[in-house]
Design a binder for this molecule. Structure first.
Ligand code: CP
Ligand code: NVA
Length: 308
Protein backbone atom coordinates (compact mmCIF):
# COMPACT_ATOMS: atom_id res chain seq x y z
CA UNK A 1 0.00 0.00 0.00
CA UNK A 2 1.52 3.33 -1.07
CA UNK A 3 0.60 5.82 1.64
CA UNK A 4 1.89 9.40 1.67
CA UNK A 5 2.36 9.82 5.41
CA UNK A 6 5.55 11.86 5.70
CA UNK A 7 8.37 13.15 3.55
CA UNK A 8 11.04 11.12 5.36
CA UNK A 9 8.97 7.97 4.77
CA UNK A 10 9.03 8.48 0.98
CA UNK A 11 12.22 7.80 -0.98
CA UNK A 12 14.16 10.72 -2.50
CA UNK A 13 13.62 9.25 -5.99
CA UNK A 14 9.88 9.00 -5.49
CA UNK A 15 9.73 12.53 -4.05
CA UNK A 16 11.65 13.86 -7.06
CA UNK A 17 9.31 11.98 -9.38
CA UNK A 18 6.29 13.56 -7.68
CA UNK A 19 7.74 17.08 -7.99
CA UNK A 20 8.60 16.54 -11.66
CA UNK A 21 5.17 15.17 -12.43
CA UNK A 22 3.52 18.07 -10.60
CA UNK A 23 5.51 20.57 -12.67
CA UNK A 24 4.64 18.76 -15.92
CA UNK A 25 0.94 18.56 -15.07
CA UNK A 26 0.88 22.21 -14.08
CA UNK A 27 2.40 23.34 -17.36
CA UNK A 28 0.14 21.00 -19.38
CA UNK A 29 -2.98 22.80 -18.14
CA UNK A 30 -1.58 26.35 -18.03
CA UNK A 31 -4.20 28.98 -18.82
CA UNK A 32 -7.19 26.63 -18.60
CA UNK A 33 -10.24 27.49 -16.51
CA UNK A 34 -9.86 25.82 -13.10
CA UNK A 35 -12.94 23.68 -13.60
CA UNK A 36 -11.80 22.26 -16.93
CA UNK A 37 -10.59 18.67 -16.85
CA UNK A 38 -6.99 17.71 -17.58
CA UNK A 39 -6.37 15.93 -20.89
CA UNK A 40 -5.28 12.88 -18.93
CA UNK A 41 -7.93 11.48 -16.56
CA UNK A 42 -5.95 9.11 -14.30
CA UNK A 43 -8.54 9.28 -11.50
CA UNK A 44 -11.54 8.44 -13.72
CA UNK A 45 -13.84 6.17 -11.75
CA UNK A 46 -12.01 6.83 -8.45
CA UNK A 47 -13.66 8.10 -5.28
CA UNK A 48 -11.55 10.11 -2.82
CA UNK A 49 -12.57 10.81 0.80
CA UNK A 50 -11.26 14.03 2.33
CA UNK A 51 -11.60 13.89 6.12
CA UNK A 52 -11.11 17.03 8.20
CA UNK A 53 -10.88 17.09 11.98
CA UNK A 54 -9.48 20.64 11.85
CA UNK A 55 -10.40 23.70 9.75
CA UNK A 56 -8.91 24.10 6.26
CA UNK A 57 -9.19 26.32 3.20
CA UNK A 58 -6.23 25.40 0.97
CA UNK A 59 -6.00 21.67 1.68
CA UNK A 60 -9.72 21.15 1.32
CA UNK A 61 -10.20 23.14 -1.88
CA UNK A 62 -6.96 22.09 -3.58
CA UNK A 63 -7.57 18.36 -3.02
CA UNK A 64 -11.18 18.63 -4.13
CA UNK A 65 -10.36 20.57 -7.30
CA UNK A 66 -7.33 18.37 -8.02
CA UNK A 67 -9.33 15.15 -7.90
CA UNK A 68 -11.97 16.58 -10.22
CA UNK A 69 -9.42 17.87 -12.72
CA UNK A 70 -8.07 14.31 -12.92
CA UNK A 71 -11.53 12.85 -13.50
CA UNK A 72 -12.28 11.53 -10.00
CA UNK A 73 -15.01 12.22 -7.45
CA UNK A 74 -14.64 13.46 -3.88
CA UNK A 75 -16.54 13.44 -0.65
CA UNK A 76 -15.52 15.97 1.99
CA UNK A 77 -16.19 14.72 5.52
CA UNK A 78 -15.96 16.47 8.83
CA UNK A 79 -14.49 14.24 11.55
CA UNK A 80 -17.02 15.44 14.08
CA UNK A 81 -19.93 14.44 11.85
CA UNK A 82 -18.53 10.92 11.43
CA UNK A 83 -18.87 8.12 13.97
CA UNK A 84 -15.07 8.54 14.26
CA UNK A 85 -15.78 11.62 16.35
CA UNK A 86 -18.24 9.67 18.51
CA UNK A 87 -16.27 6.68 19.66
CA UNK A 88 -15.90 4.38 16.63
CA UNK A 89 -12.31 3.20 16.48
CA UNK A 90 -9.92 4.48 13.85
CA UNK A 91 -9.21 0.91 12.79
CA UNK A 92 -12.88 0.14 12.16
CA UNK A 93 -13.35 3.45 10.38
CA UNK A 94 -10.39 2.67 8.12
CA UNK A 95 -11.69 -0.82 7.29
CA UNK A 96 -15.15 0.55 6.47
CA UNK A 97 -13.94 3.51 4.43
CA UNK A 98 -11.72 1.19 2.40
CA UNK A 99 -14.85 -0.63 1.18
CA UNK A 100 -16.27 2.62 -0.27
CA UNK A 101 -13.43 4.77 -1.51
CA UNK A 102 -10.16 4.42 -3.42
CA UNK A 103 -8.09 6.97 -1.50
CA UNK A 104 -8.31 8.71 1.89
CA UNK A 105 -6.83 12.10 2.81
CA UNK A 106 -7.08 12.95 6.49
CA UNK A 107 -6.29 16.09 8.50
CA UNK A 108 -6.23 15.30 12.18
CA UNK A 109 -4.74 16.14 15.57
CA UNK A 110 -2.72 13.24 16.98
CA UNK A 111 -0.38 11.59 14.50
CA UNK A 112 -1.46 8.15 15.74
CA UNK A 113 -4.88 8.70 14.12
CA UNK A 114 -3.12 8.99 10.76
CA UNK A 115 -0.79 6.05 11.30
CA UNK A 116 -3.56 3.80 12.60
CA UNK A 117 -5.78 4.79 9.68
CA UNK A 118 -2.96 3.81 7.33
CA UNK A 119 -2.32 0.55 9.16
CA UNK A 120 -5.90 -0.66 8.84
CA UNK A 121 -6.83 0.90 5.50
CA UNK A 122 -6.82 -1.19 2.34
CA UNK A 123 -6.49 1.98 0.25
CA UNK A 124 -3.75 4.64 0.29
CA UNK A 125 -3.88 7.30 3.01
CA UNK A 126 -2.49 10.83 2.62
CA UNK A 127 -1.44 13.07 5.53
CA UNK A 128 -3.29 16.38 5.18
CA UNK A 129 -1.64 17.73 8.38
CA UNK A 130 -1.30 16.44 11.92
CA UNK A 131 -0.08 18.17 15.07
CA UNK A 132 3.37 16.89 14.12
CA UNK A 133 3.82 17.20 10.33
CA UNK A 134 2.41 18.69 7.10
CA UNK A 135 4.14 16.94 4.17
CA UNK A 136 1.80 18.04 1.35
CA UNK A 137 2.61 21.65 2.17
CA UNK A 138 6.31 21.13 1.79
CA UNK A 139 5.92 19.31 -1.53
CA UNK A 140 4.19 22.46 -2.79
CA UNK A 141 6.96 24.58 -1.27
CA UNK A 142 9.72 22.62 -3.02
CA UNK A 143 7.84 22.91 -6.32
CA UNK A 144 7.47 26.66 -5.77
CA UNK A 145 11.11 27.22 -4.85
CA UNK A 146 12.36 25.30 -7.87
CA UNK A 147 9.99 27.11 -10.26
CA UNK A 148 11.48 30.42 -9.17
CA UNK A 149 15.10 29.59 -8.44
CA UNK A 150 15.99 26.15 -9.81
CA UNK A 151 17.16 23.12 -7.79
CA UNK A 152 16.80 23.45 -4.01
CA UNK A 153 19.71 21.05 -3.39
CA UNK A 154 22.48 22.81 -1.46
CA UNK A 155 20.40 25.91 -0.72
CA UNK A 156 19.97 27.52 2.69
CA UNK A 157 16.43 27.60 4.08
CA UNK A 158 15.73 29.54 7.28
CA UNK A 159 12.73 28.66 9.40
CA UNK A 160 11.63 31.49 11.71
CA UNK A 161 9.49 31.24 14.84
CA UNK A 162 7.84 28.08 16.16
CA UNK A 163 9.49 24.73 15.43
CA UNK A 164 6.07 23.30 14.63
CA UNK A 165 4.48 20.71 12.31
CA UNK A 166 5.33 22.60 9.11
CA UNK A 167 8.90 23.12 10.32
CA UNK A 168 9.11 19.37 10.98
CA UNK A 169 8.22 18.54 7.39
CA UNK A 170 10.79 21.09 6.18
CA UNK A 171 13.40 19.23 8.25
CA UNK A 172 12.32 15.95 6.65
CA UNK A 173 12.58 17.56 3.22
CA UNK A 174 16.05 18.96 4.01
CA UNK A 175 17.30 15.41 4.42
CA UNK A 176 15.50 14.00 1.39
CA UNK A 177 16.08 16.87 -1.08
CA UNK A 178 19.56 17.78 0.18
CA UNK A 179 19.25 21.37 1.40
CA UNK A 180 20.41 22.98 4.66
CA UNK A 181 18.07 24.42 7.24
CA UNK A 182 18.62 26.98 9.96
CA UNK A 183 16.02 27.27 12.70
CA UNK A 184 15.71 30.60 14.46
CA UNK A 185 13.29 30.87 17.34
CA UNK A 186 13.11 30.64 21.13
CA UNK A 187 14.56 27.49 22.72
CA UNK A 188 11.16 26.58 24.21
CA UNK A 189 9.85 26.14 20.67
CA UNK A 190 12.77 24.27 19.12
CA UNK A 191 11.89 21.61 16.54
CA UNK A 192 11.85 18.00 17.73
CA UNK A 193 15.36 16.66 18.28
CA UNK A 194 14.40 13.42 16.55
CA UNK A 195 13.69 15.30 13.31
CA UNK A 196 16.81 17.45 13.59
CA UNK A 197 18.86 14.27 14.03
CA UNK A 198 17.16 12.60 11.07
CA UNK A 199 18.02 15.50 8.75
CA UNK A 200 21.62 15.59 9.99
CA UNK A 201 22.06 11.85 9.49
CA UNK A 202 20.77 12.31 5.94
CA UNK A 203 23.66 14.74 5.37
CA UNK A 204 22.01 18.15 5.79
CA UNK A 205 23.52 20.92 7.86
CA UNK A 206 20.92 21.85 10.47
CA UNK A 207 21.73 24.93 12.54
CA UNK A 208 19.95 26.39 15.54
CA UNK A 209 20.62 30.15 15.79
CA UNK A 210 18.80 32.32 18.33
CA UNK A 211 19.70 35.61 16.66
CA UNK A 212 17.34 35.99 13.67
CA UNK A 213 19.56 38.50 11.84
CA UNK A 214 22.53 36.10 12.02
CA UNK A 215 20.30 33.17 11.10
CA UNK A 216 19.10 34.66 7.81
CA UNK A 217 22.57 35.73 6.62
CA UNK A 218 23.12 34.02 3.26
CA UNK A 219 19.57 32.60 3.19
CA UNK A 220 18.02 31.57 -0.12
CA UNK A 221 14.57 31.09 1.39
CA UNK A 222 12.96 32.44 4.55
CA UNK A 223 9.86 30.73 5.90
CA UNK A 224 7.37 31.82 8.56
CA UNK A 225 4.23 30.25 9.99
CA UNK A 226 1.59 31.17 12.53
CA UNK A 227 2.72 31.62 16.13
CA UNK A 228 -0.28 29.66 17.41
CA UNK A 229 -1.13 26.48 15.53
CA UNK A 230 -4.53 24.83 15.49
CA UNK A 231 -3.41 22.27 18.06
CA UNK A 232 -2.00 24.90 20.45
CA UNK A 233 -4.22 26.07 23.30
CA UNK A 234 -5.53 29.60 22.93
CA UNK A 235 -4.44 30.24 26.52
CA UNK A 236 -0.81 30.00 25.36
CA UNK A 237 -1.30 32.79 22.83
CA UNK A 238 0.07 35.71 24.85
CA UNK A 239 3.08 33.76 26.09
CA UNK A 240 3.86 32.58 22.56
CA UNK A 241 3.53 36.05 21.09
CA UNK A 242 5.89 37.45 23.70
CA UNK A 243 8.49 34.76 22.94
CA UNK A 244 8.11 34.97 19.17
CA UNK A 245 7.89 38.72 18.54
CA UNK A 246 11.68 39.07 17.97
CA UNK A 247 11.35 36.54 15.13
CA UNK A 248 8.87 38.50 13.01
CA UNK A 249 9.83 38.52 9.33
CA UNK A 250 9.94 42.15 8.25
CA UNK A 251 11.90 44.25 5.77
CA UNK A 252 14.75 44.75 8.25
CA UNK A 253 15.17 40.99 8.65
CA UNK A 254 14.84 40.29 4.91
CA UNK A 255 17.65 42.78 4.31
CA UNK A 256 20.08 40.40 6.09
CA UNK A 257 19.34 37.56 3.65
CA UNK A 258 20.59 37.17 0.07
CA UNK A 259 19.10 39.91 -2.12
CA UNK A 260 17.22 37.31 -4.17
CA UNK A 261 15.97 35.31 -1.17
CA UNK A 262 12.36 34.19 -1.42
CA UNK A 263 9.76 34.41 1.34
CA UNK A 264 7.24 31.63 1.95
CA UNK A 265 4.35 31.06 4.37
CA UNK A 266 1.97 28.11 4.19
CA UNK A 267 -0.95 30.41 5.09
CA UNK A 268 -3.21 31.33 6.79
CA UNK A 269 -0.98 34.21 7.92
CA UNK A 270 -1.49 36.71 10.70
CA UNK A 271 -0.40 39.95 9.14
CA UNK A 272 1.85 42.13 11.31
CA UNK A 273 2.44 39.19 13.67
CA UNK A 274 4.80 36.54 12.27
CA UNK A 275 5.25 38.56 9.06
CA UNK A 276 4.54 42.10 7.95
CA UNK A 277 2.26 42.92 5.04
CA UNK A 278 5.22 44.68 3.43
CA UNK A 279 7.03 41.32 3.17
CA UNK A 280 3.94 39.24 2.37
CA UNK A 281 2.97 41.52 -0.49
CA UNK A 282 6.55 42.43 -1.46
CA UNK A 283 8.63 41.31 -4.44
CA UNK A 284 10.37 38.42 -2.64
CA UNK A 285 7.13 36.79 -1.49
CA UNK A 286 5.82 33.75 -3.40
CA UNK A 287 3.02 32.90 -0.97
CA UNK A 288 0.23 32.71 -3.54
CA UNK A 289 2.28 30.59 -5.95
CA UNK A 290 2.84 28.34 -2.93
CA UNK A 291 -0.89 28.16 -2.29
CA UNK A 292 -1.58 27.38 -5.96
CA UNK A 293 1.07 24.70 -5.98
CA UNK A 294 -0.76 22.76 -3.28
CA UNK A 295 -3.09 21.80 -6.11
CA UNK A 296 -0.40 20.64 -8.53
CA UNK A 297 1.80 18.91 -5.95
CA UNK A 298 -1.09 16.99 -4.40
CA UNK A 299 -2.37 15.86 -7.79
CA UNK A 300 1.01 14.23 -8.33
CA UNK A 301 0.98 12.80 -4.79
CA UNK A 302 -2.43 11.19 -5.45
CA UNK A 303 -1.22 9.67 -8.74
CA UNK A 304 1.83 8.28 -6.98
CA UNK A 305 -0.33 6.76 -4.23
CA UNK A 306 -2.65 5.13 -6.72
CA UNK A 307 0.08 4.20 -9.21
CA UNK A 308 -1.82 5.83 -12.07
N1 CP B 1 -1.60 25.73 4.41
C1 CP B 1 -2.68 25.01 4.71
O1 CP B 1 -2.63 23.80 4.95
O2 CP B 1 -3.84 25.73 4.70
P1 CP B 1 -5.27 25.25 5.18
O3 CP B 1 -5.22 25.11 6.68
O4 CP B 1 -6.19 26.34 4.76
O5 CP B 1 -5.60 23.94 4.53
N1 NVA C 1 1.16 25.25 11.85
C1 NVA C 1 -0.17 25.53 11.36
C2 NVA C 1 -0.26 25.23 9.91
C3 NVA C 1 -1.59 25.52 9.28
C4 NVA C 1 -1.67 25.14 7.83
C5 NVA C 1 -1.19 24.73 12.15
O1 NVA C 1 -0.96 23.55 12.40
O2 NVA C 1 -2.20 25.31 12.54
Amino acid sequence: MTHFLDIHKTSPDDLRGIIDQAAAMKSARAGRPKGMADDEQPLAGRMVALIFEKPSTRTRVSFDVGVRQMGGETMVLSGKDMQLGHGETIADTARVMSRYVDLIMIRTFDETVLTEMAEYSDVPVINGLTDRTHPCQIMADILTYEEHRGPIRGKKVVWTGDGNNVCASFLHAAGQFGFDLTFTGPSQLDPEEEFVGLARRAGSTITIERDPAKAVAGADLIVADTWVSMHDSQSSKERRHNMLRPYQVNDALMAHAKPDALFMHCLPAHREEEVTSAVMDGPQSVIFDEAENRLHAQKAVMRWCLGV
